[in-house]
Design a protein around this ligand. Structure first.
Ligand SMILES: Nc1ncnc2c1ncn2[C@@H]1O[C@H](COP(=O)(O)OP(=O)(O)OP(=O)(O)O)[C@@H](O)[C@H]1O
Ligand SMILES: [Mg+2]
Length: 119
């Protein structure tokens, strides 16, 4: 089991959600975030003023997936979020030790993707 964390442009959220649904991934948590990557202290023109941009709005997405769908999920996110411009985002992967579906008590991979008797 893996945790995928993706920090992407806000405009990429809907395309990423759709792409993940197409590979069978539904469970995720999103947060509004601010961040910067390698272009720290970039100077941008904003309302005719040159302003130093420390942090820009991003969407922070977390999803726990089974090892089987990991590669499909990573490709789906990349393809949906890429415009080719700087700041398109970053994705990283972390090992997950345990997952528990609270309603059923299921643990491990069966607690991730298919919820029996769910509506
Ligand atoms: N090393 C990092 N650790 C944690 N978060 C990061 C890291 N790098 C980037 N992020 C997060 O990802 C967002 C998007 O990063 P970004 O796409 O700007 O990466 P980059 O490496 O600067 O690539 P690019 O040159 O394409 O802009 C950042 O705003 C920040 O929130
Ligand atoms: Mg950057």
């Amino acid at each position: 089991m893996k945790l995928i964390t993706a920090v992407v442009q806000p405009s990429a959220l809907e395309p990423v959600k759709t792409a993940l649904a197409e590979v069978g991934i539904a469970g995720m948590t999103i947060l509004d975030a601010k961040g910067h990557g390698t272009q720290t202290g970039k100077v941008e023109v904003y309302r005719s003023q040159r302003v130093k941009v420390d942090f820009l709005p991003k969407i922070y997405i977390e999803m726990v997936v089974t090892d089987e769908v990991l590669d499909d999920a990573l490709h789906a996110i990349q393809d949906a979020a890429r415009t080719g411009a700087i700041g398109d985002g970053k994705i990283w992967v972390t090992d997950v030790l345990q997952v528990i579906r609270v309603r059923t008590g299921e643990t491990g991979p069966t607690a991730i993707h298919v919820a029996p008797h769910s509506n």
